[in-house]
Each structure stands twice: as C-alpha cells, then as structure tokens.
Design a binder for this molecule. Structure first.
Ligand SMILES: Nc1ncnc2c1ncn2[C@@H]1O[C@H](COP(=O)(O)OP(=O)(O)OP(=O)(O)O)[C@@H](O)[C@H]1O
Length: 895
C-alpha cells in the first residue's frame, strides 16, 4: 500500500466517522435550534463552511423563503448581507431554479460570475464580502424538492469534491428533519391558532354588550395582532348605509380630531373602491392609503384616512353566512406583522366578532323596541293629559327627544282658511334660538303652497326632506333657509289631522343626513295621531279661554257702562232744566244750539259752579251721540299716576296692581262723548298723549301692544285761564289750540243776577220735592239779599243756600237766609271789617242748633233733627255732647 492509498483510506474512514456522527446528531434533531446547532458545530467544522442558508421553495410566489440562516463572521461583518439573506429571495436567480430543475447539487463559482443589473442583490453582496462559492443541495421530501440548502465558502475554505458526497449523503436526512420541523411548526401553529381562537371564543361568548365587545377587542385582539386602533362600522341592511358602531375609545389622538368624530358618527352611503372591496372578500383587505390617496379618483375614505395620518388600514367583513353586518377596520402597528398566519387567525376572529356583533345588535334591537314601547306608552299617557301648550312643549322636550334624539322639533298650525301657516310650538337648540334671524322666522306667516307644507298635507304619512335637495330644487320658505344655514340637514314631517281636517304639521329636524330611519317613520306616524288629538284639545281650550276673556271684558265693560248710565240718568234727571233767561245765558244757549249737532270739540270756560258740566251734558244730549254715553273724567280728582290708565285703560300686569285688564274712559266713550273736566289740571306728559290721541284718533292701552281706533267727541272744561296757563308753560299751546275750537264761556252768577229769582224757584222746587215740605217762595227781603250777594261760588253756592234754607224753614216761605255777613259788600276793606271766620266746629254747632230749633227741639222720630240731618240719633247725641249743645241753648235762642 502506498502513501496515497493510506491517506485515502484514512480520509474515507474519517468521512465515515463524520458521517456516522452526523447521522446520529441529525437523528436527534427535534427542532430548528437543534438543526442549527448540528449545522453550526458539525458541518461548519468538518466542511469548513462559511455560511448556511436553508430555504423553502414557494412556487406560488416564485420565491424562496428563509428557513434557517447561519452567516457566522460574514454576517457580523456585513449587516446588509445578513439582512438580505434573511429575506425572501427570487426563485429565478440561476441557482435555486437550477437546483429545482436538476434535482441535484449545483456548485456556483462566485468568482467566475459576472455582475449585471439582473444579478440578485444577495449574490452581489456575497461577492463583495469575499465569498467565492455556493454549493446548493436540494432538500427532498416524498420525491418533491421542498427546499434548498446552500453552503457558502470563501477562498480559504474551498469545498472539495469529497465534501459534496458527504453533503449529499446527509441532505436526505436533513430533508427529513426539515420536513419534520415544518410539520411540527404547522401543528404548533395550528395549536396556537386553536388556542388563540379558543381563548377568544371564550371571551366572545361572554360578550353581552357593546362595551364587552370593545374591551375584549382591546384586551385580546390588540396584543395578538399588534393593532393600533380599531373601528367597527355597522351596515344598515335596510338603506345600505354605514354608521360607526364601536370604536377604540382608548385611542384619544384620533378622537381629538373633529373630522374623525364627525365621520364616525354620521351615516354614510356605500362607497365604491372601499367598502365593496371588503364586503366582497373572504379575507381581510389591506389598503395602502398613501397610494390610494394619491390616485386620481381617490375615494373620500382614502382621502380622509390619509388626512389624519393613516398609512395602512385593514378591513375585514363581519358576516354570518351571506349576511354582512359590517366591517372591522384595524390599523396595524406594522404591516409585516400581519403575515399569512395572522391573516388566517384574524379571519377566524372576525367570524367570532360577527357572531358577537349580531347577538349584540339583536339584543339592542329588542331592548330598543322594549324601551320604545315603554316611552310610547308613557308618551301617550302624557299626551292624553295635555291641557295647554306648556304641557305639550314639556312632552316634546323630554319624552319625544328621548325617543328620537333629534336636534329640533316644531309644530305649525294652519289659519282658518288653510291658506297660510305659522309656528305654534318650537323646541330649538340654543344656537338657533340665539340667532338674530330666529325671531322673524319663528313669528312669520307662510303660504301653504311652498312645496313643503302642501306636500305634507297631501301625504298620508310622514315625509323625510333632504334640506339641501329642497334648496337646490328652488325657492324655499325663509324658515327652511334659516334652519339650513344653522346646520339642519334633514327633517321629517307629518300632518296633524282631527276629524278629517288638517290642523297643522309636526316636524323633527336633524343636523345629520340619513338620520330618520324607515322604522322610525311608523313610530312618528303613531305619535302624530296622539299629537293631533292633543293639539285639537289645546286649540279648543285656547278658544274657550279667549272667549271667556272676551266675555269677562264685555262684562266689565257692561258693568262700567251700567254704572255710568245710572249716573247719567241721575244727572240727566237732575239737570233736565238749564235755567237762565238773562242776556249772557241767551248767548250761551245760542252757542249751544250752534255746536251741539256737530262733532266739534267744545271747550267750556268759567268760574267754579257756573254750570260747565251742565252745559257739557246739554251739548251731548243735543247731539247725534245722545243715545251713547257721555263719560266724565275729572282730571283734578285723580292722582297723576292713574290718569293715563283711567283714560286709556291697561293690560293685565301692565303695572303693579293691574291684576285685570281694564278698558279706559276713551274706549268707554266710543261713539259717545268724553267730558274732560278740570282739563287745566292735566299733567304735561299726559297733555302730549292726549294730543296724540286727538290727532290720530286711536289709543294704546297701558302695557298694550296694539292700537285701538276710537270715535269720541271731546268736551273739556276748566275754571282756569288756559291762555295764562299756556303762557306760564303749564299747558301745552298745541293742545290748547286743539281744544279751543269752540269755546263757550259761562258767565258768573253775579253778572246775571236777573236769573236769581228763576234759579231760586227752581231750587226750592227741587229741594221741597226731596224733603216733602211745602215751601214755594222766598220773602222779598231774602230775595233782595240773594240778589245783592256776589256769589263767588256761583250757582252751586246759591243751590246750597236754598237747600239749607229749605231744611231750616218751617212755614211756606223762606224768610231768613244766613248769607255771609259781607254779602253785597265787595270791597276788601269792607270784607275785612265785617267778616269773621268761623271754625268748622262752630259752623257745625250753629247748623245743628238751627235744625234743632226748626224741629222744636225734637231730636229723633219723624221730622226730628236726626232725620233731617240724615244721621243716626246716637251720632247726633254724641255730636251734641261733644259740641256742648244742651236743651236750654235751643230754648234760649227761641225766646
Ligand atoms: N243754569 C243752571 N240751571 C240750573 N242749575 C244749574 C245751572 N247752572 C248750574 N246749575 C247747578 O249748579 C251746580 C254746579 O253746576 P256745574 O257742576 O255744572 O258747575 P261747574 O261750572 O261745572 O262747576 P265746577 O267748575 O266747580 O266743576 C249743579 O248742581 C248744577 O245743577
């Protein structure tokens, strides 16, 4: 045996040993780590290999997927190479494809390989890192090449052909182990999937509510799939719209974005290129938002997601059988985490979420139905007991809002002729009520023929209006433009009918489109019947209340009229005769005959007691207005604060104490005459108001909003010199000229003394009739005295003297009359000389004594002093006692 032969034998022996030890080691491989260990320690050592890569062949993607990589010192030297070897590599690289084709070992001399643009990156990197050759051995399982084991060598560790034999010998065993490991991994993965799904399905089984679902997704799904956030969008089967159903509340950064919230809460229509892709796919669909957003016809969703910084989003259909319930959107932390394995599990998870979701939706629908029924019941009870508008508004703002959660609600009513309508009741959000355009729109009157109201009245059931569409289609009533401007996008309305007659309509308004659902319309229809009954009741109640108020008003007017009529009758009786034949009086009578039948304002001037009121009444009685009232207002007798309300009336609550509405004298004198006595005493501010009324012939009640037309003839009287009052600035000149149309000046009695006998006879007759006495005249002396007196109190004073004299006279003629001692003496000096002022008590004492003497000291009984004085006996006795009147005083005088 020669040297080489021995060497050969030795090498073969060594190889065999290596082979045996490798076979032993390989046989004990249980997992990837074991395989790595064997490759690293044994193969690398014996064959002096610089690196390994075991790849699996994925024909579907034409790639080789890394299974196990050992790069040793080269990997540490070149991180890029390390990374590249850990990636999927192209199958068609001239090496892998050749191994696959030939089914045998392929040796590649890297130094001989020229680099072109087509050379795979890993080959370029291997070359630049100093590696010189690759030996690629097929790994076969059941006759099929499942992978390739590549051994990489450098210039120092060149493979010798004998190494190939060794490698090929162990490759079959490695193939078996790789196949085993793969099978084990698949089993483990299946187990893992199973356990994940099991634990999820356990959790899902416990899901009862939306909140449960949210927390399960948050706790389980998020950590399993490395999800940043999620949103479940539910699909409304009826109108095929989507609406956010559940979203990741923990994900505050998104929620802070207003647009995100708006998108989340509003229902939207099916959009092409987005939802349809998800709903049509069995698997989760990955959307590259960055790319989609830059496309020409980018969908709204893509643009929106892009705008809030989302790069990738994954959507998975939530469905049971063929029924889609919605879409689960997730945003992965990292797209590469979301590999095929995860995708399968995720699809399984989605099925479980679908079941949980459908249960929750069903439960919610049941609960909702139950709650709605409950609310409807309490609503119908509440509506049935509605008595007025306030009750109804409360029901709308509380119960109805709970049921529909709309933004605004309103009720409109039609006018009698059903030609126009106006708002009857409004439940609006503050942002609209505080808008300056709100009031004019809420108080306006609108024509029924406006494409909205007429459509509602013609329809059998509720109608949903898209406000934008209405505006686009043509002119809309101003209230709709206002609502649209302030954010109302949609409204639903239904007619309110009672006894086959339209009374108005009921509206619900929403700021969201597609807000009112078909099932709600049935509910709204039901409510409209109840509302109609309530409205009919309220309107009837309001009509009754209005009529009652009217009746009350007429009643109080009648009462006042009655009172005035009584006074008028009394006065007409008392003043039936205007006595006077003197020249001045003839003049007055002439003027009276001239002015009475006209409607002119008459101003009567004259001293106190000259008969101004009597003349006023005579003017009225002789006018065409005599069948109506003459209303007298004494401007001096009322506190200034009350004159206005006395003249013009007041509304309820116009001022403190105005408990009821009261009509004023102006209204009361409508078609008749208003006599303003003592007009000179009217405060200046009221003079302005009076002037305005006289000019405009209409009044306004204190605290009232509307004006009332009046047809009143005005007669004013004063004992003041109005001209002087104007000059002194106490009386407005404009009013003075308005009143001074036809002045009648009443002469004082001292200027018409020839009338005194006539007046005396007239008053004796008047007072004897009252007292039943039989006095017919006065003695000549008395008459002389009466005519001599200057009568500062004029006829009133004369009348009082005669009244007293009649009381004090026992015979048939008045013999004595107690005129003030300075009677007839007009000079101041005379007056001062003769005139002694008596106190009221002295006068009272004198008067009681005179009456007692007249009755021969008879205090009580018929014809007694108490009867004549018209006071109670006990009152007279106590007065007599107080004034010190005793019997002897009566008889002493008599003597
Ligand atoms: N010509 C007359 N004939 C009969 N009675 C008269 C006549 N004039 C006045 N009287 C009587 O004198 C009284 C006073 O009259 P009247 O009240 O009309 O006066 P006046 O000018 O309005 O007084 P005053 O300015 O104080 O209001 C009344 O009782 C009235 O009946």
């Amino acid at each position: 045996m020669d040297q080489t032969h021995w060497q050969d034998l030795e090498r073969k022996l060594e190889e065999k040993e290596i082979l045996l030890s490798l076979i032993r080691d390989i046989a004990s491989i249980r997992n990837k780590e074991d395989l790595q260990h064997v490759l690293q320690i044994k193969l690398q050592k014996h064959l002096a290999v610089s690196g390994f890569r075991i790849s699996l062949i994925d024909k579907a993607s034409s790639q080789v997927v890394p299974f196990l990589i050992i790069t040793g010192q080269y990997g540490q030297k070149n991180r890029e190479l390390e990374l590249e070897l850990n990636r999927n590599l192209p199958l068609q690289d001239g090496i892998f494809d050749r191994v696959l084709e030939t089914g045998s070992t392929v040796r590649t001399d890297l130094t001989a390989k020229s680099v072109t643009t087509h050379t795979p990156k890993y080959i370029r990197l291997l070359k630049t890192t100093g590696l010189t050759e690759i030996v690629s051995v097929p790994l076969k399982s059941e006759e099929k090449t499942i992978g390739v084991m590549c051994m990489i060598g450098d210039s120092k560790n060149k493979f010798r052909p004998e190494h190939y034999t060794l490698i090929e010998s162990v490759s079959a065993q490695i193939s078996i182990e790789v196949a085993n490991i793969l099978a084990n991994e698949a089993i483990a993965r299946k187990e893992e999937e199973k356990s994940i799904l099991l634990s999820l399905s356990n959790s899902m089984a416990l899901v009862r509510s939306k909140q449960d679902l949210a927390s399960t997704i948050n706790q389980k799904l998020k950590e399993l799939f490395f999800i940043k956030d999620f949103t479940i969008v539910a699909l409304d089967q009826q109108d095929m719209t989507f609406g956010a159903y559940l979203f990741d509340e923990d994900n505050t950064p998104y929620l802070q974005k207003r647009e995100y919230l708006q998108t989340i809460y509003s229902n939207f229509k099916f959009e092409k290129q987005f939802y349809d892709l998800v709903l049509q796919s069995d698997r989760p669909v990955i959307f590259d938002i960055k790319e989609l957003a830059t496309q020409k016809n980018a969908s709204g969703h893509a643009l929106f997601f892009h705008s809030i910084g989302i790069d990738f989003i994954i959507g998975a259909a939530l469905r049971i059988g063929n029924t889609n319930f919605g879409v689960l959107w997730i945003q992965p932390e990292n797209l590469t985490d979301f590999n095929t394995v995860n995708t399968t599990i995720f699809t399984g998870v989605c099925s479980q979420i679908s079941i949980a979701l459908s249960n929750i939706i069903a439960n919610e629908a049941l609960e909702k139905q139950y709650k709605e029924k409950e609310i409807l019941l309490s609503l119908s009870n509440a509506i049935a007991s509605t008595r007025d508008k306030t009750d109804l508004l409360k029901i709308i703002t509380h119960q109805l809002k709970q049921l529909f959660n709309y933004n605004d609600a309103s009720i409109i009513i039609l006018d009698q002729e059903q030609q126009t309508y106006s708002a009857y009741l409004l439940d609006m959000e503050e942002k609209r009520t505080s808008h300056p355009d709100c009031l004019p729109n809420a108080t306006g009157n609108y024509a029924v023929a406006d494409r909205i109201c007429d459509a509602i009245l013609a329809a059998e059931g509720p109608i949903v209006f898209d406000n934008e569409e209405l505006i686009e289609q043509g002119t809309v009533p101003s209230w709709l433009a206002f609502l649209h401007k302030t954010g109302i996008r949609e409204m639903v309305s239904v007619a309110l009918r009672y006894s086959n007659k339209n009374i108005g309509a009921f509206f619900l308004h929403s700021e969201n489109k597609n807000y009112f659902k078909p099932y709600q319309l049935t509910l709204i229809q039901g409510i409209s019947y109840q509302l109609s009954i309530a409205m009919a009741n309220i309107l009837a109640n309001e009509e009754i209340a209005r009529q009652l108020e009217e009746i009350k008003h007429y009643k109080s007017q009648l009462e006042e009229e009655n009172q005035y009529l009584q006074e008028q009758v009394e006065k007409a009786y008392n003043h039936s005769e205007l006595i006077g034949e003197s020249q001045p009086m003839q003049k007055v009578f002439h003027m009276l005959s001239q002015v009475s039948f006209t409607n002119s304002t008459v101003l009567i001037l004259g001293e106190t007691g000259t008969g101004k009121e009597l003349i006023a009444r005579a003017v009225h009685n002789a006018s065409s207005r005599k069948d109506k009232l003459m209303i007298k207002v004494n401007c001096a007798a009322l506190p200034a604060s009350l004159i206005e309300s006395e003249l013009f009336g007041h509304e309820k609550g116009a001022f403190t104490g105005a408990i009821e509405r009261r009509i004023g004298k102006f209204e009361m004198a409508h078609k008749g005459t208003l006599f303003l006595d003592e007009i000179g005493e009217l405060p200046l501010d009221l003079q302005v108001k009076l002037l305005r009324v006289l000019q405009e012939k209409e009044i306004e009640r204190v605290g009232g909003q509307t004006t009332i037309k009046t047809d009143v003839r005005l007669i004013a009287a004063t004992n003041r010199n109005l001209q002087k009052e104007v000059e002194a600035g106490r009386f407005r000149s404009d009013l003075y000229y308005r009143l001074h149309v036809f002045p009648i000046v009443m002469p004082p009695l001292r200027e018409r003394k020839e009338d005194i006998p006539l007046l005396v006879t007239h008053f004796i007759k008047k007072y004897t009739q009252r007292t039943g006495r039989e006095i017919s005249t006065v003695t000549k002396n008395v008459m002389n005295a009466l005519q001599a007196y200057h009568w500062p109190g004029n006829i009133r004073e004369l009348e009082h003297f005669i009244e007293r004299a009649v009381l004090l006279t026992s015979g048939n003629s008045i013999r004595q009359i107690d005129l003030p001692s300075f009677a007839g003496k007009r000079t101041v000096a005379d007056s001062v000389e003769n005139y002694s002022i008596k106190t009221l008590e002295e006068n009272e004492r004198d008067h009681i004594l005179a009456v007692l003497r007249n009755c021969n000291g008879k205090v009580f009984g018929p014809g007694g002093a108490a009867e004549l004085l018209n006071i109670h006996v006990s009152t007279l006795n106590s007065r007599m006692k107080k004034l010190g009147i005793k019997k002897e005083h009566i008889f002493v005088q008599k003597k």
